[in-house]
Design a protein around this ligand. Structure first.
Ligand code: CTP
Ligand code: MG
Length: 214
């Protein structure tokens, strides 16, 4: 199998704020995106890493990663994934958010192993907190938080993007495959993969990596 990691990094990081989009901010000594890039590049099962960047971000990406293969993304995450998919040659693709810097090799192993028996695989973590909607408790049995990298047989993800209703949003690729009838395997995620979304999340990410390597 030829496996490509597609890192989506074409967002503007509006909720995180800062002088540059969050994926280029320095976290734990490196640009945020460099952590995930190197995790995939170092994984023996990954043949190529392709990064989807915003139009005009070429210099930022080169400063963060050196000369790597980039593709220009779109206005939404879904469009950025579709544009990346159109540019790769692969049997399996691992779609990953640049905003999740720390990617344990074991999660990549589990996702790829699950693709033997499913069209898609995603890492999930059980929800630990009590959940409420408008103050009323929502039973959390069976509820999980979804992370990336999500793995796909490329044909299945391409078909899901091609068949997706125009104008409808999707923040998650595995959900798109499932909606069109594909099988999605769930594998154990990892708290290291939590996303940097808001300003406080930079410090939380720094704390996670310090804790891990202590
Ligand atoms: N992403 C992308 N193309 C877009 C929007 C998002 O490639 N048009 C990427 C982001 O760069 C990020 C991942 O999708 O790595 C998850 O998105 P999110 O956390 O929402 O990042 P942003 O969209 O950049 O942040 P915000 O929504 O706060 O503006
Ligand atoms: Mg966003």
């Amino acid at each position: 199998h030829r496996t490509v990691a597609l890192i989506v990094a074409a967002g503007s990081g509006s909720r995180a704020g800062g002088a540059v989009p969050k994926q280029y901010a320095i976290v734990a000594g490196k640009p945020l995106i460099a952590h995930a890039y190197h995790a995939f590049a170092a994984h023996p099962a990954v043949d190529e890493v392709v990064v989807v960047i915003a139009d005009g971000a070429e210099a930022l990406a080169e400063a963060a990663l050196g000369l790597v293969r980039t593709v220009v993304g779109g206005a939404t995450r879904r469009e950025s994934v579709a544009l990346g998919l159109a540019a790769i040659d692969a049997d399996y693709v691992l779609v990953h958010d640049a905003a999740r810097p720390f990617v344990p090799a074991g999660v990549i192993d589990r996702v790829l192993a699950a693709l033997d028996g499913a069209e898609a695989a995603m890492p999930v973590l059980a929800v630990a907190d009590t959940l409420v909607r408008d103050g009323a408790v929502v039973p959390r049995d069976g509820l999980s938080r979804v992370q990336t990298p999500q793995g796909f047989r490329v044909d299945a993800l391409r078909a899901a993007h091609a068949g997706w209703p125009a104008g409808e949003e999707a923040t998650d690729d595995a959900q798109m495959v499932r909606r069109l009838g594909g099988s999605v395997a769930l594998v154990q995620g990892d708290a290291m993969l939590d996303k940097v979304t808001h300003p406080d999340d930079f410090a939380a990410a720094e704390a996670r990596v310090t804790w891990e390597t202590r």
